[in-house]
Design a protein around this ligand. Structure first.
Ligand SMILES: Cc1ncc(COP(=O)(O)O)c(C=O)c1O
Length: 400
């Protein structure tokens, strides 16, 4: 039931099958298709070379492939210009870059607005900036479904708001957030807008010019690409306000003992040797994804998700967190500790995530110590869910 036509593109799935492992943790990191493995190996096997430095053939080839990836990312996001794409180590580094690069724009008493569901990656950099500059961190509350509530947002986003930073899709609650409304509110106040696309970027293509945020960050590894690389997209005027934050090779026009003249975006924000192979393979990832039938992928993922929700709802004592719309479901079971359940699922070869999912304040808000999260990739199929439910029933029988 619900076979995935793309499963055989991912060698890891047969390796995991052979080990008796059912992988249901793609929101943490996704497996990679053969095309991405080929791109990684192809770069190393044809001669590694540093980028933007060397005039020799391998150096030129690496630089061309690296910049080609930037162009493909820009195209993927419908950015007007590849120079709006900064390669980072991941979404976390992209948001940290912003929290340092924008620091000079804040005065004591200014406000940063985030939401109650943020991953630590989109909370701690702003919290620490607020502590450094004596700013106020405002937290937008959620409704029962797990969506940022636009009502209180209309009150909390005000004239003191200098920056709004929110997730596109929650890694715990699996709901799209009302970005259009929130970004419009922030824009009315002249605030800078940051979207954490770490989970959202995986589902469909997002048009940056239509979305209209100042900055958008995501990680390649959740998008079926290699780890060690992420993307920070910035709108032209917003990028121009960024101050440099890391200093080193290949980010200057000229350097002197007492001063230096830095490049703007993107190279001015990519100091040092980047993750060359990973950046090149990210380009191959987007080619792979771009060649899929996106409606078929979305249909398959929706059918799997519906089966996941129906199976969870059918089990006594299972409580879903919010009302997830896609990709994942987090849940608790009455009278059962998530760590005990996770232990028994792990013993049966079920790879799911348990705990606070790097969203401790959200868990505190929900009054929970943690939850179990099942998350899906395009390679999962109905059998994966059957195995999960079988293991869940066994575990609950033991625990009750
Ligand atoms: C919503 C969200 N934001 C940010 C991140 C951080 O991503 P990374 O660890 O790849 O930098 C994650 C990772 O789980 C996430 O789910």
């Amino acid at each position: 039931m619900l076979p995935s036509p793309w499963r055989s593109d991912f060698p890891a799935l047969s390796a995991l099958d052979a080990e008796g492992q059912t992988y249901l943790d793609s929101a943490a990191t996704a497996q990679k298709p053969q095309a991405v493995l080929d791109a990684l190996l192809g770069y190393y096997a044809s001669g590694a070379a540093n980028v933007h430095r060397a005039q020799h053939l391998p150096g030129e080839r690496a630089t061309r492939a690296f910049e080609d990836s930037r162009t493909r990312v820009a195209h993927w996001l419908n950015a007007a210009n590849p120079a709006q794409i900064i390669f980072t180590r991941g979404a976390t580094e992209a948001i940290n870059l912003l929290a340092y690069g924008l620091e000079h724009l804040f005065q004591p008493g200014d406000e940063i607005v985030i939401s109650a569901l943020e991953h630590h990656a989109n909370l701690l950099p702003w919290q620490q900036l607020a502590l450094r500059r004596q700013l106020k961190l405002q937290v937008l509350p959620l409704d029962d479904r797990g969506e940022i509530d636009p009502g209180p947002a209309r009150e909390l986003i005000g004239p003191r708001t200098r920056l709004l930073a929110v997730s596109q899709l929650s890694n715990v609650l699996g709901r799209w957030q009302p970005l259009a409304e929130l970004l419009a509110l922030a824009r009315t106040q002249g605030a800078i807008t940051v979207v954490d696309g770490a989970q959202g970027a995986v589902h469909g293509r997002h048009d940056m010019q239509a979305l209209g945020c100042d900055f958008y960050a995501f990680s390649s590894h959740k998008l079926y690409g290699p780890d060690g690389v992420g993307v920070l997209y910035g709108r032209g005027e917003a990028l121009a306000r960024l101050r440099h934050w890391q200093f080193g090779g290949e980010m200057v026009h000229s350097a002197h003992y007492q001063h230096a003249d830095f490049h703007g975006a993107p190279l001015g924000f990519e100091a040092g040797t980047p993750a060359i192979a990973s950046v090149i393979a990210l380009g191959a990832t987007l080619d792979y994804l771009g060649n899929l039938d996106s409606a078929a992928v979305a249909g398959h993922e929706a059918a799997l998700h519906a089966k996941l929700l129906a199976g969870l709802k059918a089990r006594e004592g299972v409580r879903l967190l919010g009302e997830p719309q896609l990709a994942l479901a987090s849940f608790t079971v009455d009278g059962v500790h998530n760590a005990d359940l996770s232990h028994l699922l792990t013993e049966q070869g079920i790879a799911v995530r348990a705990g606070h999912h790097c969203a401790m304040p959200l868990m505190q808000t929900l009054g929970l110590a943690g939850s179990i999260r099942v998350s899906l990739g395009l390679y999962n199929d109905g059998d994966d869910l059957e195995r999960f439910f079988g293991a869940l029933d066994n575990a609950l029988e033991l625990l009750r």
